[in-house]
Design a protein around this ligand. Structure first.
Ligand code: HSE
Length: 349
């Protein structure tokens, strides 16, 4: 049986979600996929990086995190203040990078990813910063070092979007994508459509662990913009810069806007769209990218997608339109995306 030595950097909602799945899915991984995971190191911003050669006890770690006690209280660990130093000193087979998204410079996640790819570790990540700002650079680095970099859970959490398009729809030429890619804003807009209050719905989304650490990233459309950048690089192979995407969030929408749309048989959704401009479908056709609230008629499959559920509609030359609908955020829902990536790595390495 194969054994994978795993490190997790970032032990918040997502890192803990993956850790929990490693416990509940342990026998499934052994019996169905013939591998076992040893969690050798974990880092978070408050307590630094801990490592144990023989493996950490996940229930103990989850208990420490839930009671906000230092991870260093785990018995028998070595400790580094800095995750990067810890990763360099200890290595492993796979890094699960789950630190918080930072769309300014993608730190600290991008440094973690670069460092471990260079030392020959595979990477799975839910961190949208490195994927949005440097997907192509990191993919090249992974290729150069003959390791895999997978990022399924950066878009629509564990709902398989990237693998479905890149692997399941391999060979199809994608012409356009439209999606509801942010769980928090869709939760708020759905609640407002049901007559509820913006602030109350946002507080609920935060309580469920859907929102970013600073929810401005959700409501002003930056999180959706990050996912749009990721899709432009991975699906269209056209990495864009953030300022090449028109962006508008949901903060200027009022209950009146939403009620008026409902009375006209429409729903307002925060929609990301990427489209090869129709006049030129050649290899280097320009790609139009937008994130903005859009009034959708109820006949549109995206109009009826409510709550934390996300959806993406993909148009290709061979499959006119494929719509994928599923959870867009959440602890286990995002952990599932990392788990699927880990299994893909175990199967192929
Ligand atoms: N804050 C994000 C959302 C988390 O609400 O969709 C998942 O990327």
């Amino acid at each position: 049986m194969k054994r994978l030595r795993l490190s997790i950097t970032g032990f918040g909602t997502v890192g803990q979600g993956l850790a929990e799945l490693l416990v509940t899915k342990r026998s499934l991984l052994m019996h169905n996929f013939d591998f076992e995971v040893t969690l050798i190191s974990v880092a978070n911003a408050r307590h630094g990086f801990i490592y144990r050669e023989d493996g950490l006890d996940i229930p103990t770690l989850l208990e420490l995190a839930a009671s906000r006690r230092p991870l260093t209280a785990h018995p028998g660990v070595r400790h580094w203040e800095n995750a990067l130093e810890g990763l360099r000193a200890t290595g492993g087979d796979v890094l699960a990078e789950a630190t918080g998204t930072n769309l300014r410079d993608a730190e600290p996640g991008i440094s973690h990813i670069r460092a471990v790819l260079e030392q020959g570790m595979h990477v799975i990540t839910a961190n949208k910063g490195p994927a949005a700002l440097a997907a192509n650079e990191l993919i090249s680095l992974a290729k150069q070092h003959h390791v895999q970099l997978r990022m399924e859970s950066t878009v629509m959490a564990g709902t398989p979007v990237i693998s479905t398009i890149r692997e399941g729809m391999a060979g199809a030429q994608v012409r356009a994508i439209r999606g509801i890619l942010n769980g928090t804003t869709n939760y708020i807009l759905s609640a407002m459509a049901a007559g509820r209050d913006y602030a109350e719905a946002l507080a609920e989304a935060q309580m469920h662990g859907y929102a970013e650490a600073d929810p401005t990233a959700d409501v002003e459309g930056y999180d959706t913009l990050a996912k749009t950048l990721i899709l432009s690089a991975l699906v269209f192979d056209r990495p864009l810069e953030p300022d090449q995407i028109t962006r508008q969030g949901i903060t200027t929408l009022t209950r009146e806007h939403i009620s008026r749309a409902i009375s006209e048989g429409k729903r307002i959704k925060l929609v990301a769209s990427l489209r090869l401009l129709p006049e030129n479908k050649a290899k280097n056709a320009p790609l139009e990218a937008r994130v903005e609230p859009v009034e959708l008629p109820l006949s549109d499959p995206l109009a009826r997608v409510d709550g934390v559920t996300n959806a993406i509609a993909v148009q290709t030359d061979t499959l006119p339109e494929v719509t994928i609908i599923g959870p867009g955020a959440g602890r286990l829902q995002t952990g599932q995306g990392l788990l699927a990536d880990l299994i893909a790595i175990a199967n192929r390495s």
